[in-house]
Design a protein around this ligand. Structure first.
Ligand SMILES: Nc1ncnc2c1ncn2[C@@H]1O[C@H](COP(=O)(O)OP(=O)(O)O)[C@@H](O)[C@H]1O
Ligand SMILES: N[C@@H](CCOP(=O)(O)O)C(=O)O
Length: 307
């Protein structure tokens, strides 16, 4: 009897992530309270029932990032590819700089691990998904939750996470049109000036200190960046509009979310979402969505008895 027919179902709930937070390019990530939920059972053929955001894309059987990842991980491991029935609910905007591909890759790897009995463990799953994504920042934050920093050397991914929630309020500004991460990465230069490198090392260090010491007031400086945001500004018009808000007392820090085009804002102590929304609406066109979010925990995995 194959492993798939004896393995029960599984439910995975994976958070959205905002990578970089300004200077921590390809290194820092924050889990946010929007989720991709996937319930999977072994079946006689592949099926997906998708609801929520971008349901049509998430529900397509052809060129589906979750299923393609599931198949390729099992194939590389020389295991049988058991067909799955997926019930999926998605809250993460696709191609908006909120880590949708990291969540989908992790879901695919974790399903292969579960149904193929690979026993990769947390580190193995994060390493494989980071390899497929090409950078570990979103993947590490998605799997472990909270504010997470990571390094990648070949297949070796080191992660440190500040899983506690300091209770800081987030606003995510999401524009109507998406920007593929691959396209946004192609905008970056091959090398950087010494002054810009020092500028980012200083701010990235301060960013880690802000989370380690729970000091919201450091974010205004700690979220400044010269490594990717200046080069992505033209492709991400919301950043140009919202970056100056980092100077206003109601806002604690502003950065491009991941590769963009969404922008992440931290609310200053005492600022409510409604107050921030009123200020942001003075600057933004009505089609820009404003989401009130919190810092989230990492992936949850629940074993389901019914096959
Ligand atoms: N839940 C999902 N199901 C299927 N494909 C997905 C899912 N989430 C993301 N993808 C794929 O990943 C692409 C977006 O990845 P990317 O350009 O890296 O942007 P981001 O990760 O910032 O949302 C989508 O266009 C889609 O092809
Ligand atoms: N460090 C990466 C992060 C990409 O995040 P995404 O959510 O936009 O996929 C980058 O800046 O390219």
């Amino acid at each position: 009897m194959s492993a798939a027919t004896t393995v029960g179902g599984v439910r995975l709930v994976l958070p959205a992530t905002s990578a970089n937070l300004g200077p921590g390019f390809d290194a820092a990530g924050l889990a946010m309270s929007m989720h991709l939920s996937v319930e999977a059972h072994a079946a006689s053929s592949f099926e997906i029932h998708a609801t929520g955001r971008d349901a049509e894309l998430c529900g397509a059987l052809d060129r589906n990032l979750i299923l393609d990842t599931y198949r390729s991980v099992l194939s590389d491991a020389g295991r049988r590819i058991a067909p799955l029935r997926l019930a999926l609910h998605n809250e993460i905007p696709l191609g908006m700089g909120c880590g949708s591909s990291a969540a989908a890759l992790l879901a695919g790897v974790a399903l292969a691990d579960h149904f193929g009995g690979l026993e990769l463990g947390d580190a193995g799953i994060v390493s494989e998904a980071s390899r497929l994504e090409g950078h570990p920042d979103n993947v590490a934050a998605c799997w472990y939750g909270g504010f997470t920093v990571s390094t990648q050397q070949g297949d070796d991914v080191e992660v440190a996470t500040f899983a506690g929630d300091p209770g800081w309020g987030l606003v995510l500004a999401v524009q109507a049109t998406s920007l593929a991460t691959k396209q946004a990465r192609a905008l970056l230069p091959e090398s950087y000036a010494k002054a810009d490198t020092i500028f980012n090392v200083q701010r990235a260090s301060l960013l880690v200190a802000a989370f380690a010491q729970g000091r919201l007031g450091l974010l205004r400086t700690a979220m400044q960046d010269r490594m990717h945001q200046p080069y992505r500004m033209e492709a991400c018009p919301l950043l140009k509009q919202l970056l100056p808000l980092a100077e206003e007392p109601e806002i604690a820090g502003v950065a491009l979310s991941g590769a963009g085009p969404s922008v992440l804002l931290f609310l200053a102590e005492g600022t409510t979402f409604l107050e921030a929304e009123t200020r942001l609406r003075q600057l933004l066109s009505p089609e820009v969505e404003l989401l009130s979010l919190r810092i989230a925990g990492g992936v949850t995995k629940t074993l389901l008895d019914t096959p």
